[in-house]
Design a protein around this ligand. Structure first.
Ligand code: ADP
Ligand code: RBF
Ligand code: MG
Length: 386
């Protein structure tokens, strides 16, 4: 296998969380026409040039008396003012700066038109990324958009590397198709929860799709001949810099944390969770937490996601404060400073295995938070009672 000489990344949904904004706006535009977004619509639209995405939506829903251009204008009118608020996807900044500082050539190949691209990159979060890319190719600069291979081919050509020497990182099925059609290897960090929409990965990359990862935190550069990350704490916790600051109200869950697992988790209200993190963010994390008016700060292990063991329909964020309380804190304000990523959410063959793994997460949390940079965060003003 050829060593990777350049990494080409997709923007929306891979590096920038614009997908939740687009989903929001698509929902309200479709509602005006009496339609609802479906998984099929999402699958066919995601990752494509905006006009192609709307045309696919019209076709999927058999919409009449409206054109892709009309729908695009309506949505763009609203989105224009919001692009600069887009957050980075978890692990995006870490990955890019790591590869860039090791001299690996990086490029962006996006379906976004150049004008929109400039808006997206002018935001506070995205701005920091512009310096790392050798070149950027936009949707209106190639003849055929993804799933056609044009944008990846043009990017490789401009960088002076062969297709076999490129590794693509993508979130959308159409982008994966485009990359493999260009003869490149691709690592997928899905934006869609339905993994059926993606090709099955094979570790020797013979199909082109090398891995489907829960998040960019799980990317292992050394598998592709790239320099490994060296920032893990205790060998397994990925530092999150800057840490995520999540504030919300403790709400009732299914009550099985204490009852079934002996592990109480203070569930955050879903609105606070939605506004704090991208829809696709899940996994097990560590950090510091504080409650209500109390000045105490506690080490905390937190699960974010759909609890595959219980197959939850709604996403939850559930911190387990590593302290014995003789009370509950429903209705109180909970502040969590998330400073490390431990692992992806997993399914387990038994309740005992789930419990054992969560206890190990707690041990990892206790140890990792003793480390200098992590320990200091305990004094972050965000955690102070207001
Ligand atoms: P639910 O499903 O309602 O979240 P749990 O069985 O998970 O119920 O219990 C969680 C509740 O227990 C929290 O909302 C909180 O009020 C209380 N609690 C007590 N000790 C802890 C702790 N160490 N960590 C998290 N929550 C705790
Ligand atoms: N649930 C899962 O289904 N898979 C997991 O990998 C998982 N990891 C967890 C890690 C931690 C640190 C905590 C506190 C919980 C985790 N849970 C996981 C969630 C558990 O299923 C949940 O707390 C119970 O469903 C009670 O709400
Ligand atoms: Mg709970």
């Amino acid at each position: 296998m050829h060593t990777v000489k350049a990494v080409i990344l997709d923007l929306d949904g891979t590096l920038l969380d614009t997908e939740s904004m687009v989903l929001d706006v698509t929902r309200s535009v479709l509602q005006k026409y009496g339609h609802k977004i479906t998984a099929e619509v999402q699958k066919s639209a995601i990752g494509r040039k905006p006009l192609d995405a709307w045309q696919a939506t019209i076709d999927q829903l058999h919409m009449q008396n409206v054109t892709a251009q009309q729908l695009f204008d309506e949505s763009e009118n609203y989105l224009k003012s919001r692009w600069q608020d887009a957050r980075l996807m978890p692990g995006a900044a870490r990955l890019l700066w790591h590869l860039h500082s090791h001299g690996i050539p990086l490029a962006l190949a996006t379906s976004t038109p150049r004008a929109t691209f400039e808006r997206k990159m002018s935001g506070k979060a995205a701005q920091a990324l512009t310096a790392v890319f050798q070149t950027t190719k936009c949707g209106d600069e190639v003849e055929h958009g993804k799933p056609a291979p044009d944008c990846f081919r043009a990017t490789a050509k401009k960088m002076g590397v062969a297709a076999e020497e490129c590794l693509v990182i993508e979130d959308a099925p159409s982008g994966v198709q485009a990359a493999t059609a260009a003869g490149m290897r691709v690592v997928v960090v899905p934006s869609l929860r339905d993994l059926e929409a993606y090709p099955k990965p094979d570790p020797d990359c013979s199909s082109g799709c090398c891995a489907v990862l829960p998040s960019l935190f799980d990317f292992r550069p050394e598998l592709y001949g790239l320099p490994p990350f060296e920032d893990a704490i205790c060998g397994e916790v990925v530092p999150i810099q800057p840490p995520w600051r999540i504030k919300g109200t403790v709400v009732k869950g299914f009550g099985r944390g204490s009852r079934e697992l002996g592990i109480p988790t203070a569930n955050l209200d879903s609105e606070s969770l939605q506004s704090a993190l991208a829809e696709t963010v899940s996994g097990v994390y560590c950090g510091w937490a504080s409650i209500g008016k109390s000045p105490e700060v506690y080490k905390t292990a937190m699960s974010i996601g759909w609890n595959p063991y219980y197959k939850n329909e709604e996403k939850t964020a559930e911190p387990w404060l590593l302290h014995d309380f003789d009370r509950d804190f429903y209705g109180e304000e909970l502040r969590v400073l998330v400073s490390g990523y431990i692992r992806p959410e997993a399914n387990f063959s038994s309740l005992e295995a789930l419990i054992a793994r969560i206890h190990k997460d707690a041990d990892v949390t206790r140890e990792a938070l003793e480390y200098k940079n992590m320990a200091q965060l305990k004094n972050d003003p965000f955690l102070r009672a207001q």
